[in-house]
Design a protein around this ligand. Structure first.
Ligand SMILES: NC(=O)c1ccc[n+]([C@@H]2O[C@H](COP(=O)([O-])OP(=O)(O)OC[C@H]3O[C@@H](n4cnc5c(N)ncnc54)[C@H](O)[C@@H]3O)[C@@H](O)[C@H]2O)c1
Length: 390
């Protein structure tokens, strides 16, 4: 009989406690330990037949396990993951992989070093939106060249609305010291990951951010970013936690048509001929291309998707599946997020690959100059299910 995969969850607040519940419903998986700085956090999970720790190093030193799920605040993802890699333990970390790119790079280096000794070691990231049917459909249409040469992609993702009470209930939330940023590093990692998955990485990033524009917070709650790609495509990424009702509209323009995802509907205006050809050849100065409006069907599981990523992690450890998202890919989302902030802070265009150490120094300066007195790491548990909607 196949041996159970032994998992531990480190950080059992809003997200981690959900991971604990998901793991308990899985067959062939044993939850061998949970860990949180706050003992009361684990008490609510006392029905788990498992060991409890308040220091993750004690857990790693005393429990035999195959893999961990890290769901602490972002700054702690990298030291915990690096310790796990040193011990040959598989890691599934919550998004973002780290609070900034320099820490993310250290994780990837530690992973690359570890696989020299444990060649089948897995490093995964919780980007559950990669399992959503509509995003998978868009990805396959782009990969199949259905839009031809890409011209522009614009994502208005402003339905991450948050009230002041959200920010007030977590001491680490929306602080430079506790989180390393605002909407970009907390709410938008999924969208930025999808942006790079669909279109690759831009060459240049120019951005403008509003810091505490709608909330009493020190970090960004409104962002407009402009991406320039080597192939000539341009991208826009517009986000906010201060707009209600918000918008989630992804509009992709290619020479062969316009693809729009909004209100859970995917619509393709398919051009009869390439618009780039039409521009060159039409004798009518004002004629648009003829196009057919098509609603594109897709299959979507309709679930939050976290459990699918955990199951995939377990199956990858068993050698049965390829990871849906490799941890290293998390660096791209961090680079987008960090370069957008850096561009806003320096009032400059940022060339990629960006100087991650410069960003780290800017972040450290922000932490030093912060007037916020909250201690990072402690928060009340909000209803996490309300934050998966995008
Ligand atoms: N994938 C998603 O959809 C999703 C949704 C929400 C949150 N998240 C991510 O999950 C992480 C946690 O977010 P949350 O909302 O659950 O926060 P939270 O504050 O509710 O929970 C974090 C928990 O980690 C504990 N903790 C902090 N430092 C620790 C350490 N060194 N060792 C052990 N425990 C420690 C805290 O005591 C707390 O209980 C964040 O990185 C966040 O971005 C992901």
């Amino acid at each position: 009989m196949e041996k159970d995969i032994r998992l531990a969850v480190i950080g059992v607040g809003a997200m981690g406690s959900q991971h604990v519940k998901d793991i308990q419903t899985m067959t062939g998986v044993q939850l061998v330990a949970i860990c949180d700085l706050i003992p009361e956090r684990m008490e609510i999970l006392s029905t788990c037949n498992t060991q409890f720790f308040t220091n993750y190093r004690d857990l790693l030193n005393s429990v035999e396990l195959d893999g961990v799920l890290i769901s602490t605040p972002h700054y702690d993802h990298s030291p915990i993951a690096i310790d796990c890699f040193h011990n040959g333990i598989h890691v599934l970390t919550e998004k973002p992989i780290a609070a900034h790119m320099s820490d993310g790079k250290l994780m990837v280096e530690a992973y690359k070093e570890a696989i020299k000794h444990h060649s089948d070691l897995k490093f995964a990231i919780m980007f559950q939106q990669r399992t959503y049917g509509y995003w998978k459909k868009i990805k396959s249409m782009l990969d199949d060249g259905e839009l031809g040469k890409l011209i522009r992609a614009t994502w208005i993702i402003t339905n991450w609305f948050r009230n002041q009470s959200y920010y007030d209930n977590g001491d680490w939330r929306a602080t430079w010291k506790g989180e390393g940023g605002g909407v970009l590093i907390n709410q938008c990692p999924h969208n930025l990951d999808l942006f790079q998955w669909f279109f690759g990485m831009p060459e240049k990033v120019t951005a403008f951010a509003g810091f505490g524009k709608y909330h009493e917070i020190e970090v960004e709650d409104e962002v407009t970013a402009f991406f320039e790609y080597q192939n000539g495509m341009v991208g826009h990424f517009i986000t906010s936690t201060g707009e209600s009702p918000g918008t989630n509209r992804l509009e992709i323009i290619g020479e062969k048509g316009k693809l729009v995802f909004e209100n859970n509907i995917l619509t393709f205006w398919k051009n009869k001929i390439s618009m780039l050809k039409q521009i060159q050849t039409s004798i009518d100065p004002y004629a648009f291309t003829e196009s057919a409006e098509l609603e594109i069907p897709f299959e979507h599981h309709g679930l939050p998707g976290h459990k699918i990523i955990i199951e995939n992690f377990v199956n990858a450890i068993r050698g049965r599946e390829e990871l849906i998202v490799h941890g290293e890919e998390g660096l791209n989302q961090l680079q987008l997020s960090n370069s957008i902030l850096l561009s806003s802070l320096l009032n400059n265009k940022i060339l990629l690959p960006m100087d991650s150490e410069l960003f780290k120094r800017k972040l450290e300066e922000k932490v030093r100059n912060s007037k916020v007195k909250k201690l990072p790491g402690i928060s009340l548990i909000p209803d996490i299910s309300k934050s998966f909607g995008n």
